[in-house]
Write a protein that binds this ligand. Structure first.
Ligand SMILES: Cc1cc2nc3c(=O)[nH]c(=O)nc-3n(C[C@H](O)[C@H](O)[C@H](O)COP(=O)(O)OP(=O)(O)OC[C@H]3O[C@@H](n4cnc5c(N)ncnc54)[C@H](O)[C@@H]3O)c2cc1C
Length: 497
């Protein structure tokens, strides 16, 4: 959308028969499920992208803000119905830990400042060390507490382990443990409270479907069912791609496919310097997810989103990230979206989405053997969580294991949240938006800066589009600001002026 809006001729080449990637939908027998993302956060970035294309996000994709935004059910006892209403939230926290009730307002205050300072840093590319040493980021360092985890950072606001979990389980959006995820990412839960958890009517896939429709109207050619098999080079410069059906020539190639998979398959190892096969193999990757999509007879008076946190969460995370085994008492998430959006299932039915974070592909777990056992375990957990016995009411069922993410969705190790977001794999240490190893190749999506998750991958699109336009000598649109100053006032790029 951004490149087309700037007057570039764009062709999208997609291996699957539909658009959207992880943000697509599964539709069958009158049920509709989001394949991956179900939380739509921080619509601002996408609003600006739509505006660049002369569109209004809210008109193109109706969405509702959820309140409560989700329920957190603690295996250790107690629950929180998370709400942005400060007083209601403080009362919820007080039921678990009276001394922590005042921490919520303080958390919001401090993270508001943190986000204001950090947002401009997220919006710029990191093409080398010089970008790290910029004044903005240096000013931010004391607030980043670079060596602290999110959980440790939160101790200044909340003493109760469960309350802290309510504000740090979001590091799972990045596929990381809150006990290891850098403290900077406390902004994730802040974003939810400050800007809302949204449900696009029809599911998150309604967003990517609208984008494809608008692209079509803008003259973008979308080629479906056409896997890219290799990138074509003249020396070190990319000049196009060869797909299963032919060759597409181009002045620039933007890679959205999973970084590790695409690089190792599409770009010859000899052309890469920093991201050789050997080096990619040594990188840390996020966790994966075991998924069940159930079309069920009956409706449930239960929240839209419920996150069930294992009684021993630290041990569950250790199983996922270090021991690479399946937990007997896993954390899991249930989406009961029909309670907000009845369009997702036939009348009187529900489309339930179950997700359990699990290790990425590892020799310790053979999904051909574990699939049925884990299905039963999850159904048992969901029954205990208030849904009752589901087996006899299931009218449609689909399961996706980490092995499926790996082989059917072409995601390296089935690591659904891409390269891990540890400090040594962030900013200029992540694969760069203007890909550093070869010329005329740009990256977008979870594998590049700023990282995984919907608002963030849209930001990567904005950064990379700007670089493409810069390199092609095309004037950028006004919706692609080069950054904000520290007071939050937008600076327009010279090109936009
Ligand atoms: C189960 C799950 C739940 C999630 N929940 C949330 C959430 O609630 N909120 C949130 O913000 N984020 C969530 N995420 C993360 C979010 O989905 C991702 O960060 C984001 O969608 C990644 O986008 P991407 O563009 O990098 O990759 P993708 O969306 O996977 O896009 C890559 C595209 O490239 C295509 N492709 C791959 N190889 C080729 C090839 N050889 N030739 C042509 N095309 C190819 C793919 O088919 C795909 O269309 C979730 C992810 C998963 C898997």
């Amino acid at each position: 959308m951004l490149l087309a809006a700037a007057g570039i001729r764009v062709k999208v080449v997609e291996r699957l028969p539909h658009v959207g990637g992880r943000t697509s939908s599964l539709e069958a027998d009158g049920y509709r499920f989001d394949l991956g993302p179900t939380f739509f956060l921080y619509p601002r970035v996408l609003q600006e992208i739509f505006a660049a294309a002369g569109r209004n996000l809210r008109e193109e994709v109706p969405m509702v803000r959820l309140d409560p935004q989700y329920r957190i059910q603690f295996g250790a006892g107690g629950k929180i119905d998370a709400t942005p209403d400060v007083e209601r939230m403080a009362r919820q926290i007080a039921t678990l830990s009276p001394q922590d009730a005042g921490g919520f307002a303080a958390f919001l205050r401090e993270n508001r400042t943190k986000l204001n300072l950090f947002e401009p840093c997220l919006e710029q590319p990191y093409l080398g060390l010089q970008d790290i040493l910029n004044v903005r980021l240096l000013k931010l360092l004391p607030r980043l507490h670079p060596t602290q985890s999110v959980d440790t950072y939160l101790k200044r606001f909340f003493k109760d382990d469960r309350v802290r979990l309510a504000f740090c389980f979001q590091s799972k959006y990045l596929g990381m443990s809150p006990f290891r995820c850098p403290s900077l990412f406390s902004i994730l839960s802040f974003l939810e409270y400050e800007y809302g958890v949204w449900h696009p009517i029809g599911g998150c896939a309604a967003v990517t479907q609208a984008m494809a429709r608008i692209c079509g109207e803008m003259g973008v050619e979308i080629c479906l069912n056409e896997p890219v098999e290799e990138m074509l080079f003249a020396g070190r410069k990319a000049v196009g791609v060869r797909t299963s059906t032919g060759i597409h020539r181009a002045d620039a190639v933007v890679v959205n496919a999973d970084f590790a998979r695409a690089m190792t398959r599409m770009v010859p190892d000899r052309l890469r310097r920093r991201w050789t096969d050997r080096k990619i193999a040594r990188k840390k990757f996020s966790c994966s997810t075991f998924m069940m999509y159930l079309g069920v007879e009956g409706t449930f008076d239960l929240p839209h989103h419920t996150i069930h946190i294992a009684k021993d969460y630290a041990s569950n995370l250790n199983d996922i990230e270090n021991r690479h085994v399946l937990s007997d008492d896993p954390s899991f998430y249930v989406q009961n979206a029909c309670v907000t959006d009845p369009t997702l299932a036939p009348e009187g039915h529900s489309a339930l989405y179950l997700l359990a974070p699990v290790t990425h592909q590892h020799p310790n777990v053979d999904w051909a053997r574990e699939r049925a056992r884990y299905r039963s375990l999850l159904l048992e957990k969901v029954a205990q969580a208030g849904y009752g016995e589901l087996e006899g009411r299931i009218r449609y069922e689909r399961i996706i294991t980490p092995a499926d993410w790996d082989t059917r969705y072409e995601i390296h190790l089935g690591a659904t949240f891409n390269l891990a977001h540890s400090l040594d794999q962030l900013l200029h240490l992540r694969p760069r938006n203007r890909f550093e190893d070869v010329d005329s190749v740009y990256l977008v999506g979870g594998g590049t800066h700023p990282g995984s998750g919907l608002p963030v991958i849209f930001e990567s699109a904005r950064i990379s589009s700007r670089l493409v336009l810069e390199d092609l000598g095309v004037r950028a649109g006004a919706a692609m600001p080069v950054g904000r100053d520290l007071t939050g006032v937008e600076q327009k790029s010279q090109a936009a002026l």
